[in-house]
Write a protein that binds this ligand. Structure first.
Ligand code: XUL
Ligand code: CO
Length: 438
């Protein structure tokens, strides 16, 4: 048989809430039904290739610390192929049904575009074999348009047209490979699609180019018959000072302005929401209200650190609120809970990859069960409807339907003299209600 990369670790089992084994799930029980649907189908967990398999765990002050015995230290195709075998052993043992990648995490950049394409094909062959062997599926693919020095001033928003053309060629290839691997989606994250200084920036021209780029992708999607969902992933900054896809509302505005709404949904990431000064719940609500929530990149920041630390989510309030919104929209269709999260530089052993994912999966499994219980209980939703119930009366209906104007309203209020007193917002009572379930 082939090499075993995680000897001594067997398939992670469900041990139940009383288990004290750190290599067992306490809450994630894939076949267990929650509201008539398995946890597996509700959560659609996905492991990211970049942080989990290709990240040496360096930081701006220090070298990579990751101990990864399967790496031979070269940037060769053979090393990338071995890494792919390792990745599938990990995902299988973890029991996640999906994974996600960038072109350059799975395969090395070549000395020119042809060689990069060839490297990608050679690794994709192994990915395909491993997908078939294990049944693990590709949640989404994407192209890395931010690491290579050519993208230092943007990819599709670069002031240089040939940089745009390189980015387009890279995306074309990444879409083809994603399609060939049966990917259920394709993500656009504009890591350098923004600016460092407005002094040198023609924002309108850059946004026009970004839109043209995405329209080209939509056309090419049709040309190759790829039916996966396109996602756009908001993030306000980092690496650039300002990124155009800064938050869910900015993305929706961009998509509507450029007639792209029908072709994209949002892939929302918690740490990006907080960088934008929003709670994840805010971002989820903005997306769900526009029928545009596609998938989530599950992680969290550290409240003491202001940057995108991409930590594994362990906060039950966070996972509960994520799952409340996902249940509210009727569940994922193409998307899933994708762990765009990395172990800390201090957690450098291979086994830490297991602990981190098990914790994230358990936190989301608990969030799912709690969110389902809150939904079934109904008191929270009832409170919110009751809070707006005055709008269900005659005046409210006239205003909402557009029948009443300022003059009619003023006449009414002159007759009444003043508005009726408004009830308490009951924030603390509702916080206590959530705590009943946690
Ligand atoms: C970066 C980030 C990306 C995207 C995919 O902050 O979240 O990894 O998810 O390009
Ligand atoms: Co992400």
């Amino acid at each position: 048989m082939s090499q075993e990369f995680f000897p001594g670790i067997s398939k992670i089992a469900f041990g139940g809430p009383k288990s004290r084994n750190p290599l067992e799930f306490k809450h994630y029980n894939d076949d267990e039904l929650v509201g008539g649907k398995t946890m597996r189908d509700h959560l659609r967990f996905s492991v990211v290739y970049w942080h989990t398999f290709s990240n040496p765990l360096g930081d701006p002050f220090g070298a990579g610390t990751a101990v990864r015995p399967w790496e031979d230290g070269t940037n060769s195709v053979a090393n990338a192929q071995r890494r792919a075998r390792m990745a599938f052993e990990f995902i299988s043992k973890l029991g996640a049904p999906y994974y996600a990648f960038h072109d350059r995490d799975v395969s090395p950049e070549g000395k020119n575009l042809t060689e990069s394409h060839k490297n990608f094909d050679e690794v994709a062959k192994v990915l395909k074999e491993e997908q078939q062997r294990t049944g693990i599926k590709l949640l989404w693919g994407t192209a890395n348009l931010f690491t290579h020095p050519r993208y230092n001033q943007g990819a599709s928003t670069s002031p240089n047209v040939e940089v745009f053309a390189m980015a387009a060629s890279q995306v074309k290839k990444a879409m083809e490979v994603t399609h060939d691997l049966g990917g259920e989606g394709y993500t656009f994250w504009g890591g350098r699609e923004g600016y460092q200084t407005m002094l040198n920036t023609n924002m309108k021209r850059e946004l026009d180019h970004l839109a043209r780029f995405l329209h080209m992708a939509v056309d090419y999607k049709k040309a190759i018959g790829f039916t996966g969902q396109f996602y756009i992933e908001p993030k306000p900054k980092e690496p650039t000072k300002h990124q155009y896809d800064s938050d869910a509302a900015a993305c929706l505005n961009f998509l509507r302005t450029y007639d792209l709404m029908d072709h994209f949904k949002l892939n929302l990431e918690t740490n990006h929401a907080t960088l934008a000064g929003h709670e994840m719940l805010h971002e989820l609500t903005v997306a769900v209200d526009s029928g545009a929530l596609g998938s989530i990149d599950a992680n969290t920041g550290d409240p003491m650190l202001g940057w995108d630390t991409d930590q594994f989510p362990t906060d039950i309030y966070l996972t509960t609120h994520c799952m409340r919104k996902i249940l509210e929209m009727g569940g994922f269709t193409t998307g899933g809970v994708n762990f765009d999260a990395k172990v800390r530089r201090e957690s450098f052993e291979p086994i830490d990859l297991f602990y981190s994912h098990i914790g994230g999966m358990d936190a989301f499994a608990r969030g799912l069960k709690i969110a389902h219980a809150i939904q079934t209980d109904g008191r929270l939703a009832d409170f919110v409807s009751a809070r707006y119930s005055s709008w269900d009366g005659e005046l409210g209906q006239q205003i909402e339907s557009g029948q009443a104007g300022f003059a009619d309203i003023e006449k009414l209020m002159i007759a009444k003299g003043d508005s009726a007193p408004i009830g308490s917002g009951r924030q603390e009572m509702l916080e206590n209600l959530i705590n009943e379930f946690i």
